[in-house]
Design a binder for this molecule. Structure first.
Ligand code: COA
Length: 199
């Protein structure tokens, strides 16, 4: 595994602990992935009918996915553990690493038990800090649907800025929605968080 992405860290916050996935996490992650809000807001489905068909049970593909996350190189997938209940409530991911531009993509999802209590904001800050200060990324980007004001607020809170809009780039139940592109650069992270870092 390349030294920049390994070892996979455990990151400790006040509300959450981020840690590598364990095979035992797959059943709770399968339930979270089948949550209607998660399905709709992550663009995993394009209709209400698909939401109704989603299964909360892990299939072989999901089992293999989470079993392989701790070993995979060039990306970082961490479980979000709620300190209050000591349970996995979601995930944060740095993926789509481009070595030539030293950039990666950020994505996150939290199940119903984890939402609306500050956990997602803290989890995002923790993995971004690792991305900039330990992995040494120059840029982290993301995309978010216009119909997800909560996620947009969280991303702005941790320092992402809007860089563009892909108009009508997605449709749910036949209704078009814009996709908003956001990013944060290493020196913006340093300014935002007032800590030294690497570029
Ligand atoms: C987006 C997500 C990661 C945020 O995590 P979270 O733990 O719910 O968020 P937090 O509780 O840390 O923070 C939510 C913030 O959004 C604000 N908020 C909530 N609803 C809002 C709305 N409709 N409009 C604007 N802001 C809103 C809250 O007031 C809070 O801001 P504050 O801390 O300044 O008061 C999580 O809700 C989630 O995974 N949702 C479902 C899947 C998803 O949307 N994934 C992202 C796809 S791009």
């Amino acid at each position: 595994m390349s030294s920049r992405w390994a070892p996979k860290p455990t990151l400790e916050g006040d509300l959450v602990v981020l840690r590598p996935f364990d095979v035992a996490d797959v059943d709770v992650m399968a339930r979270i992935l089948a949550d209607p809000e998660v399905l709709r807001l992550t663009g995993s489905v394009t209709s209400t009918e698909e939401i109704h068909r989603a299964s909360p049970l892990a299939d072989d593909r999901t089992r293999e996915w989470y079993a392989s996350r701790a070993q995979v190189d060039g990306r970082l997938d961490l479980a979000v553990v709620d300190r209050a209940s000591d349970t996995v409530v979601g995930e944060v991911v740095l993926n789509e690493f481009d070595p030539s531009s030293n950039s990666a993509n950020f994505r996150t999802l939290m199940g119903p038990e984890g939402r609306g209590r500050g956990l997602g904001t803290e989890a995002a800050r923790l993995i971004l800090g690792h991305g900039f200060e330990v992995i040494g990324l120059h840029r982290i980007g993301l995309d978010v649907f216009a119909f997800n004001p909560r996620a947009r607020h969280v991303y702005a809170t941790v320092g992402f800025v809007v860089e563009g809009v892909k108009r009508d780039a997605f449709a749910f139940d036949g209704e078009y929605v814009d996709e908003i592109w956001m990013s944060i650069l290493a020196d913006e992270w340093r300014q935002h968080h007032g800590r030294p870092g690497t570029d």
